[in-house]
Design a protein around this ligand. Structure first.
Ligand SMILES: [Zn+2]
Length: 410
C-alpha cells in the first residue's frame, strides 16, 4: 500500500494553481449556471423528513442520487450513514466529504419546502443541514459533468445522528468501527450556510439525564417525605451559581425539567436534561465534576431534611451525550487551505469553535474542518427556518478548492 502523500506544503500556491486550472474554472461556471437545479435538488432532499433516529428514507434518496452521479459502492451502512466512493488515481489520501442527514424536528413535522417572495427557501432543516446535503450533490455532479479527476479519493458521506441525542453516532461509527475506520486521512463536514466560517476547533460537551425517585405522597399529610422536584431544584440552584469562565468559553444549561402530577401531590419522580460545554477539555472536566457532585449533594440534602422513617430518594445520573473536543491547529495544511480558499473567493476567513461531526475526526487525530455551503440562513432549529441560496455558488467553489487542494487534481 502506498503511503498517503497528504497535504500541500504551500496552500497559497495550491489554491492559486487550482483557481487557474481550466477544469476548475469549468466547475466554477457550472456552479453559477446550475443554481436553479441545485435549488430543486435541495428542496427534494429536504422534503423527505429526517427526524432524530429516523433518517433512513433521506439516506436512501441520497444514496440513489450519488449512484446517478457516478459514485461507487453507494450504500447505507450499519448505523444508517449513506456512504459512496469517488475513486481517485490512488486510494490515499482519502478525504471524507460529509453533511448530516438528520434534523432536530420530530417525526410528523411538515417538511414541505416553499419559496417566499424574497426568494428564500423555507422549511425545517432547510439550512441545517439541507444546504450541506445539497452541496454534496452539487459537488458530486460537478466532478462528473466537468470531468474532474482527482489524485487521492473522496468518500461522500451523509451522516446520521449529528444533532442532539444522536451524539455524533454516525460519524463515530464511520471513523471508529465501520469498514472505512482507519483508512481516512482527512475530514470535511459541510454544515449550514456561509462562506467565512472555518470550524477548526471542536467544542466538547457532556449531556446528562438526571432522574430522581421517591415515595411520593400527600402534600399536607405526608409533608417531610423527600421530594424529587425539590432535590432537582437544589441541584439547578447550585449549577446556576457555577462561575463559568468566559474564556475559555464554558456554558451550562438545564434544557428540560419535568415531574410530578399535581399541586398537592409530592411527586414520585422528576427528571431533567443538562448540557455542559467548554472550549477547553480541562474546564469541561471541572464543570462536569462540579455538576455530578452538585447532583449527589442535592439529593443528600433533600434526604437529610426528610422526616424520620420515610424512605430516601434514589438518584440516577445518566450520561446521554459525550462529544470529545480538540482542534486542528491553524497551522495545519487543511485549515490553511480553507483559509486560502476563502480568501480566493473574496471573503474574510473566520476560525471558529463549534460542535459538529468534525469533533470525532479531530478526537481521532485527523485533520478536520467544518465549513459552510454558501448562501445565508436564519431561524435555525425552528419551524420557520429559511435558506437564501444567493451566494451558494461561492460556497461550492470554496469547498471544491479545499477538496482538490487536499486530494490533488489528477
Ligand atoms: Zn448542523
Amino acid at each position: 500500500m502506498s503511503v498517503p502523500t497528504i497535504m500541500p506544503v504551500v496552500p497559497e500556491e495550491v489554491v492559486r494553481g487550482l483557481a487557474a486550472s481550466e477544469r476548475v474554472r469549468r466547475a466554477f461556471r457550472f456552479f453559477e449556471e446550475q443554481a436553479e437545479s441545485f435549488d430543486e435538488e435541495h428542496a427534494r432532499v429536504c422534503a423527505i423528513p429526517a427526524p432524530p433516529f429516523g433518517e433512513s428514507e433521506r439516506a436512501e434518496a441520497l444514496r440513489a442520487r450519488l449512484v446517478e452521479c457516478g459514485l461507487e459502492g453507494a450504500h447505507v451502512d450499519e448505523v444508517g450513514n449513506c456512504v459512496a466512493l469517488r475513486r481517485g488515481r490512488v486510494e490515499r489520501p482519502l478525504l471524507v466529504l460529509s453533511a448530516h442527514l438528520d434534523t432536530v424536528f420530530p417525526a410528523g413535522t411538515d417538511c414541505a419546502v416553499r419559496r417566499d417572495a424574497a426568494g428564500r427557501m423555507r422549511a425545517p432543516g432547510i439550512a441545517d443541514d439541507g444546504c450541506g446535503l445539497a452541496a454534496l450533490l452539487a459537488l458530486a455532479r460537478a466532478f462528473r459533468e466537468c470531468g474532474i479527476e482527482t489524485a487521492g479519493s473522496l468518500l461522500f458521506v451523509g451522516t446520521v445522528g449529528e444533532e442532539g441525542e444522536g451524539d455524533l453516532r454516525g460519524v463515530r461509527h464511520l471513523l471508529t468501527a465501520g469498514e472505512w475506520a482507519g483508512r481516512v486521512d482527512a475530514f470535511i463536514s459541510i454544515d449550514g450556510p456561509g462562506l467565512e466560517r472555518i470550524t477548526h476547533a471542536a467544542l466538547a460537551s457532556r449531556r446528562y439525564r438526571v432522574r430522581c425517585r421517591g415515595a411520593g405522597g400527600h402534600s399536607w399529610g405526608d409533608f417531610g417525605t423527600a421530594n424529587p422536584v425539590h432535590a432537582l431544584g437544589r441541584c439547578v440552584a447550585r449549577l446556576a451559581a457555577y462561575p463559568a469562565p468566559q474564556r475559555p468559553r464554558t456554558t451550562f444549561n438545564v434544557g428540560r425539567i419535568e415531574g410530578g402530577c399535581g399541586v398537592n401531590v409530592i411527586p414520585r419522580e422528576a427528571l431533567m436534561d443538562v448540557d455542559l460545554r467548554s472550549e477547553s477539555a480541562d474546564e469541561l472536566g471541572r464543570l462536569d465534576a462540579f455538576f455530578r457532585r452538585a447532583a449527589r449533594e442535592s439529593a443528600e440534602d433533600e434526604n437529610s431534611a426528610r422526616r424520620a422513617g420515610t424512605p430516601p430518594l434514589e438518584l440516577e445520573v445518566k450520561l446521554i451525550g459525550d462529544r470529545p473536543g480538540g482542534a486542528t491547529p491553524p497551522t495545519d495544511a487543511l485549515v490553511r487551505l480553507a483559509v486560502e480558499a476563502t480568501r480566493a473567493l473574496g471573503a474574510r476567513p473566520f476560525l471558529d469553535c463549534s460542535s459538529t461531526d468534525s469533533n470525532i475526526a479531530i478526537s481521532r487525530g485527523l485533520p478536520a474542518v467544518t465549513i459552510g455551503a454558501g448562501g445565508s440562513s436564519g431561524n435555525t432549529h425552528t419551524l420557520d427556518e429559511w435558506y437564501d441560496p444567493r451566494g451558494r455558488d461561492a460556497g461550492l467553489k470554496r469547498a471544491l478548492l479545499v477538496v482538490l487542494g487536499t486530494v490533488g487534481l489528477a
